[in-house]
Design a protein around this ligand. Structure first.
Ligand SMILES: *[C@@H]1O[C@H](CO)[C@@H](O)[C@H](O)[C@H]1NC(C)=O
Ligand SMILES: *[C@@H]1O[C@H](CO)[C@@H](O)[C@H](O)[C@H]1NC(C)=O
Length: 236
């Protein structure tokens, strides 16, 4: 067992706190579905790597929802299934800021985020879709010349810096010059642990950077009674 497991448990704990504070049944349903998506994603990613895993489920589901708006046929079905939204009408799903307002009302503070649809200059994206990305997700669209990858990397990283008040400096490091469409998303927010940790109990403990490297880091500590679940699909 590697130390990435506690990270995932923290993620799920936060998500379930959000759901207990929602006001609208459909919002609660969406929050639960998003928690399922988070668990599926973690299972899938962790089964492919022995490294520590840190996932931002919120940014990923926002980007995939922006893609879902324009998909149809089998692509739409697969996106709905992947996001755990089977049975819902994609047109009625909330975009941002509605979706993020739900998060913001509970545990997420100072949310700054952006979605961008970045087609290659040779690729035509319908203006109806670009309008939808703007109105529903507050996102923007810009054609980029992926044939000059370094310039494009700089443009995308500047965009991410603008969206997050410089908190995200380097969203991409290299790009394939054959890229036709890039869906970019960046988010920065603060959140509180609930219940909170008592800082006077923090003490240095081992952290496994990977299989062979161990460092001592300050670890938060909290003793209480918790419900536990065993996930036999989780290979970690
Ligand atoms: C609750 O759901 C209804 C119907 O879907 C919607 O019109 C309304 O805006 C929602 N209210 C909130 C606070 O999200
Ligand atoms: C934090 O832990 C210390 C030491 O056990 C205790 O004295 C203190 O009251 C705790 N603070 C809170 C806010 O629980």
């Amino acid at each position: 067992m590697t130390p990435s497991v506690p990270l995932a448990l923290v993620g799920l704990l936060l998500l379930s706190l959000v759901s207990s504070q929602t006001i609208n049944y459909s919002v609660e349903d969406l929050t639960n579905r998003n928690a399922d998506f988070a668990a599926q994603l973690y299972r899938s990613v962790s089964s492919r790597t022995d490294d520590n895993v840190f996932l931002s489920v919120f940014t990923l589901s926002t980007a995939l929802s922006a893609l879902l708006c324009t998909a149809n046929g089998p692509t739409q079905d697969q996106l709905l299934q992947g996001l755990g939204l089977t049975g819902l009408d994609p047109q009625t799903l909330p975009g941002t800021p509605e979706g993020s307002a739900v998060l913001q009302g509970s545990i997420v503070m100072n949310l700054q985020q952006g979605v961008a649809i970045l087609p290659s200059s040779s690729f035509q994206v319908s203006s109806t879709y670009l309008d939808l990305v703007q109105t529903k997700f507050g996102g923007n669209a810009q054609s980029l010349a992926y044939t000059s990858p370094q310039e494009t990397v700089d443009t995308i990283n500047r965009w991410a810096q603008d969206q997050t008040g410089d908190r995200i400096q380097e969203l991409v490091t290299n790009l394939d010059s054959q890229t036709q469409l890039l869906l970019a998303t960046a988010a920065s927010y603060q959140t509180r642990f609930s219940p909170s940790f008592n800082s006077s109990l923090t003490q240095d403990e081992r952290f496994y950077v990977d299989r062979y490297h161990v460092v001592m880091v300050p670890m938060m500590f909290r003793a209480d009674k918790y419900f536990l679940a065993y996930d036999r699909l989780l290979k970690k």
